[in-house]
Design a protein around this ligand. Sequence first.
Ligand SMILES: [Ca+2]
Length: 191
Amino acid sequence: MRTFWFSIPVAVLALVVAGGISAQPVNYAAGMTYTADPPLRTDWLGDAGGELTNGVKDWAWDPVTGWDGSVAVNPRSIVIDLASAKSDIGSVVVTVFVSISSAVPAQKQILVSGSSTSATTGFADWGEAVTEDTGAEANYTYTWTGGPVAARWVKLILESEVAGHHSLLSEIEVFKSEGTSAVGDEWMLYQ
Ligand SMILES: [Ca+2]
């Protein structure tokens, strides 16, 4: 029995140490709501709603939503409401569906900004989310890493590569800055 009681704290400690090394980054955008201007074409591609924050980002048509280039003007913007003020946003990652053979190109530019005021005002420019345009039929990952910054609302402004072409996305992630993580934060995950 002495061995049994001794083994519990060792196991817990091992879990905490392993968690500290391999913990998944915190995605503040997971499950959050968003609004788009012009509106996303939700009657298209089987969009069930919430597709940009549901964690599914396979390279396929089903997880995709966005703007139909034949009807949507450039630029195209989307605002995610993180539900509460965050003080430590470290990065923003946008997964863009690209299929050259289906006339769905990469995005020419994706700009990132944030506001602590409202969904429509007070946005400060954070910079550009960039990717490597390989020309491949694949998801392209556009990444901005300028944090930590504070905001509740995060806005993306997209320019399709060619006017009249689609902007199709499968996921938007807003990650907590890992640079501000402390021992206390790791312990909080296990309480
Ligand atoms: Ca998704």
